[in-house]
Design a protein around this ligand. Structure first.
Ligand SMILES: [Zn+2]
Length: 150
C-alpha cells in the first residue's frame, strides 16, 4: 500500500480510536482540534497530489532506465534461478499506478471518521455550532439541521 493511503488510514484509525475515548480524554483531544483538522487537510493534499507525483516518478524512472540502459534478469518461473528457461535481461517494469478508487476510498473514510469526531465534540458541548460548521467545511462536509441541538 502506498504511503499516501497509509497516511490517510492511520489518521482515520486515530479518529476511530477517539470515538471510544472517555469524555475527559475527549476534552483533551478537542483542545487540539486545530491540529487534527490540519492533519486531515494535509492528508487530503497528499491524496490530491498523488497523480502528479506519480507522473513525475514514472518519467524520472523511465529516463534513468533509458539513460543507463538498465536491465533486470527475469528468473525462471519453475526453478527460480537462471537456466535454459529464463527470459534473459529485460528493461524493468514501469511503476504501478494506484487506482484512483483506492485513493477515493481512503479520502471518504478519513472524512467520515473526522466528521464523527467533530460531531462528538459538538454533542459533548466542547465545540460550538459555528466552529463545527467551519471545521466540517474545511474537511469537505457539512452539517444536517437534524444533527444540531436546539
Ligand atoms: Zn529453471
Amino acid at each position: 500500500m502506498i504511503y499516501t493511503i497509509k497516511r490517510a488510514n492511520l489518521l482515520a484509525d486515530q479518529f476511530r480510536n477517539f470515538k471510544t475515548s472517555h469524555i475527559h480524554h475527549l476534552a483533551g483531544l478537542c483542545a487540539n482540534l486545530e491540529f487534527w483538522i490540519h492533519e486531515v487537510e494535509e492528508a487530503f493534499n497528499a491524496l490530491d497530489g498523488y497523480h502528479e507525483r506519480f507522473l513525475l516518478l514514472r518519467a524520472a524512472q523511465r529516463e534513468w532506465v533509458e539513460r543507463y540502459d538498465i536491465k533486470e534478469y527475469q528468473f525462471c518461473r519453475i526453478c527460480g534461478g537462471r537456466c535454459e528457461f529464463d527470459n534473459g535481461p529485460v528493461a524493468p517494469a514501469p511503476p504501478r499506478r494506484t487506482p484512483s478508487s483506492e485513493l477515493e476510498n481512503a479520502r471518504v473514510e478519513l472524512k467520515d471518521e473526522a466528521r464523527e469526531f467533530l460531531m462528538r465534540c459538538y454533542q459533548a458541548g466542547m465545540l460550538d455550532e459555528d466552529s463545527l460548521r467551519e471545521m466540517c467545511a474545511r474537511i469537505g462536509t457539512g452539517v444536517e439541521y437534524s444533527e444540531l441541538k436546539y
